[in-house]
Design a protein around this ligand. Structure first.
Ligand code: NAD
Length: 475
């Protein structure tokens, strides 16, 4: 039940072992395994394999592609327990959330697989004897980089989209949570995906991206991760005229209007914030609450936060696991100390738990001033920052005052306010009266520093295609 899989590189349909770096369990600092690092020769082999894979896969019928891709998702569903345990071991999240992530990955892959059969072009009406046909063709070999917070669902976005559009892919997944990608790739291999269509490598992230992106074979770059790295990879892709899909950080505002139940919204806010210990690009972070309900909302949220059980994610009784790495722990300590110094009140949490594993509680800070660092820098951890606002105009202004623009949330029963918020909050995804930022069929992505391009929905698949216009004079 607590086994961790063998890790390998997957190139041209073959698994390969190599030296690399240890993978740590964030709940107890023990070593789970060794993730292999790819050499230059491995990367060259992956490029060759992906080119061959593209020739085969782009000429495979969409229905056959859909069959193989769907089969991979089916295998992941059958293997859910094994996959979920490995995910909790390497990433720390509670086992129920690991299962939910696997199911979400399956939904994404299955939706993409079917939608890949409907990547339509169009015929443009023109003068007699002329036909303009717009073709949507798979773009080619994709270089994909996925992070450690969602070890399976983040790569599934990229693999599902690329393969369903008819592309091949070289995936460099996170070295800190490699099993999520290894098991995803294994499901595709077992489902009968031709060799070379999906390749998996690990190594030093900067060395791999700087080698792969300029290669002529690579036609698209997709990255999920931090804003600074996203800007660096975008510049690299731009220097080589490659399009990119950038799903970067967020600093999600939550606007709570005074016409909602403060207790219910406070409780649901604490639960949403606790998901994956706040290490989510769409995690709700800056809570702008209208003053009439601010105190009751804050108390309800803090009480719920304080009631959450924190511990090893394999114990189903725990609501929140450890942070995934020591960097996050250090970041929480720094940001909380700074906010406290500037006058924020700690309503719940605020200190590391124990000294083994990276445990940090859900921390609710009230009256956080605008100049606290956490208000501008993405905490990427279990910090909820509460701020009292006079009205929704002030809330919208504050919500839009950061460089990020990924997800946003609002709670209101007023159609007028909801419409105003939908028009005015500067984000790629706004959820009103709930905390689900995206689903397989909806386009997900950011504005401003949060990136560009979309994952999911028809827009996500179109990102892996190029448009070609064919003008045919027949008369
Ligand atoms: P980081 O900036 O060092 O790395 C972020 C991710 O990019 C990691 O997965 C890393 O392996 C990868 N990476 C780093 N340098 C790279 C390079 N030159 N080429 C290719 N990949 C590279 O930060 P971190 O400490 O790992 O993560 C913390 C920050 O990352 C958070 O503050 C958050 O903003 C961001 N993050 C965002 C997401 C997301 O879903 N958008 C996911 C994970 C991390």
């Amino acid at each position: 039940m607590t086994s961790y899989p063998d890790l390998g590189l997957f190139i041209g349909g073959e698994w390969k072992k190599a030296d690399g770096q240890p993978v740590l369990n964030p709940a107890d600092d023990t070593i789970l395994g060794t993730v292999p690092h790819a050499t230059r020769a491995d990367l060259d082999a992956a490029l060759d394999a992906a080119e061959t894979g593209f020739r085969i896969w782009s000429r495979t019928s969409p229905s056959k592609r859909a069959e193989i891709i769907s089969k991979a998702a089916g295998l992941m569903r059958e293997r859910i327990e094994e996959l979920a345990v490995a995910m909790t071991l390497e990433q720390g999240k509670p086992i129920a959330q690991s299962r939910a992530e696997i199911l979400r990955a399956c939904e994404i892959i299955e939706w993409d697989a079917q939608e890949g059969r409907r990547v339509y072009g169009r015929i443009i009406p023109s003068e007699p004897g002329m036909r303009h046909s717009v073709l949507r063709q798979p773009i080619g070999v994709v270089a994909a980089f996925s992070p450690w917070n969602f070890p399976t669902s983040s790569p599934s976005r990229k693999v599902g989209g690329a393969l369903s559009a008819g592309c091949s892919i070289i995936l460099k997944a996170s070295e800190e949570t490699p099993a999520g990608a290894v098991q995803l790739v294994k499901a595709f291999a077992d489902a009968g995906l031709p060799p070379g269509v999906l390749n998996l490598v690990f190594g030093k992230p900067a060395e791999i991206s700087e080698y792969l992106i300029p290669q002529p074979a690579v036609r698209l770059v997709t990255f999920t991760g931090s804003v600074p790295v996203g800007k660096h990879l975008t510049a690299l892709a731009g220097a080589h005229m490659k399009p990119a899909i950038m799903e970067l950080g967020g600093h999600s505002p939550v606007i709570v209007c005074d016409d909602v139940d403060p207790l219910a919204s406070g409780v649901s806010s604490a639960l949403a914030k606790s998901r994956n210990a706040g290490q989510v690009c769409v995690s709700p972070t800056r809570f702008f609450v209208e003053e009439a309900i601010y105190d009751r909302f804050s108390e309800a949220m803090a009480a719920k936060a304080a009631s959450l059980k924190i511990g090893n994610g394999l114990d189903a009784a725990n609501d929140m696991g450890p942070l995934a790495n020591e960097r996050r722990l250090a970041a929480m300590e720094t940001l909380v100390a700074d906010a406290r110094e500037k006058g924020a009140r700690v309503l719940a949490g605020g200190n590391r738990i124990g000294n083994r594993g990276n445990f940090y509680p859900l921390t609710v800070l009230a009256d956080v001033p605008d100049d606290a660092r956490a208000m501008r820098e993405e905490p990427f951890g279990p910090l909820a920052l509460l701020s009292r606002v006079k009205n929704i105009d002030e809330a919208i202004e504050k919500a839009n005052s950061v460089a990020y623009g990924l997800a946003g949330y609002a709670f209101t029963n007023s159609a007028r306010k909801a419409d105003r918020l939908a028009e005015s909050v500067d984000v790629g995804n706004l959820s009103i009266n709930h905390f689900v930022a995206s689903s397989a069929e909806t386009p997900f992505g950011g504005v401003k520093d949060s990136g560009f391009g979309r994952e999911g929905g028809i827009e996500g698949l179109q990102g892996y295609t190029v448009v070609k216009n064919v003008s045919h004079l027949t008369a």
